[in-house]
Design a protein around this ligand. Sequence first.
Ligand code: NAD
Length: 428
Amino acid sequence: MSTSAYNAFHSAQKQFDQAAEFLELDQATRDLLRTPMREFHFSIPIRMDNGEMKIFKGFRVQHNDARGPSKGGIRFHPLETIDLVRALAMWVTWKTAVVDIPLGGSKGGIVCDPHNLSLFEQEQLCRGWVRQIVKNVGPHLDVPAPDIMSNAQHMLWMLDEYEVLMGIKAPGFITGKPISMGGSLGRKEATGYGVIITLREALKELNIDADKTRACIQGFGNVGQHAFELYNQIGGMVIGVASWSQQDACSYTYCKKEGIDYQELKSITDRFGGIDKEKALALNYTVLPGEDWIAQEADILIPAAIENQIGTENVDRIHPNIKIIAEGANGPTTPEAADILDAKGLFTIPDFLASSGGVTCSYFEQVQSNMNYYWTKDEVLSKLDVKMTSAYVAVSDFALKYKIPMRQAAYLIAVDRVAQASKDRGWV
Ligand code: NAD
């Protein structure tokens, strides 16, 4: 990630400043919330497989923990920068606040590329990260989770190191563990299902029958697949799905006007969410260029692939029939395109509300691990429904009350909750 042109932290601060202005926050609250409360920078010495010592750079940024222990992923990336980690930590604070779970926001990282490290070196790195930060993280302080290029095995090594150093068992120290070692059932489904729970509520609000709607989804990975599945269950019909083709290094949109069968599409999809174009053609899908996903005649668009997919260059291609955009991906709409959607009055469920099912379920994992008692998948998913529904209702009520778009309402609710918690604690 280059810091030259786009600086994520400056952009996060700008967003915050706008919210602070609207909420008329006092200067001390602004000063507190526009920068992280704590930052740790450290070196992690690792003996590599060839016997050489190598020093890796590690970070942990705790943006705010007024509402509860902070929570946030650990990123493994060769181009990691402290400003990106700061921005991401701030965004977690807002995300946990909007869905109203009693957590703050943090983020961590190690500047490394796991592709170039043996499993043993990765294990040393995970254990080394914990050794450097052990006194400043913990189940009641700051709870890490997987993020870009880190996975369940990395979390388990980190948990093991933490427990050895502390001389206790503390499964709630970290989330994203394998199911057999304290991970939560339902985590796989949580983000995609969360998108559809918020969509279901939006349909109710707009008096639209779910079973008369059609949707086009960009992305058929973890989020896209589970969104498709639950959307079908509430009666909706998916008529288009876009995915990336590794083979052709481009994306395609796969359409069936009469509706796509979920199991059929899954049967021709690889584990990375890539759909096999030849098999799709044999099954009578219409195969269009990837960018055409946005122009399909449907009622709902679900961007669930990557960031920056709805921009000023294609926002006008959105079909006039589209009534709702439910943002499953992180940052799928550029700020400029979001302004255009708002000006058109196109109802958008913003990413940090619609895609917050994942962090909500991570919180459930934390709760279960702290109790050392585990819920069934049905229990987890019904709790997810309750949380996502009430988060949706709070944002929608706020948007209606102040006559503002859902995205702005979500942001204002989140900032207001964190500002209030900081004030109640006597920090500002
Ligand atoms: P994934 O890697 O499992 O799936 C990504 C899908 O997008 C694949 O089907 C891929 O083919 C497709 N894709 C990639 N580039 C594309 C392009 N240019 N055009 C069309 N399709 C493309 O990822 P995921 O876990 O499903 O995450 C999707 C998005 O949701 C990301 O923005 C992620 O940050 C966000 N998100 C994920 C979670 C989670 O729990 N997995 C939680 C919150 C937000």
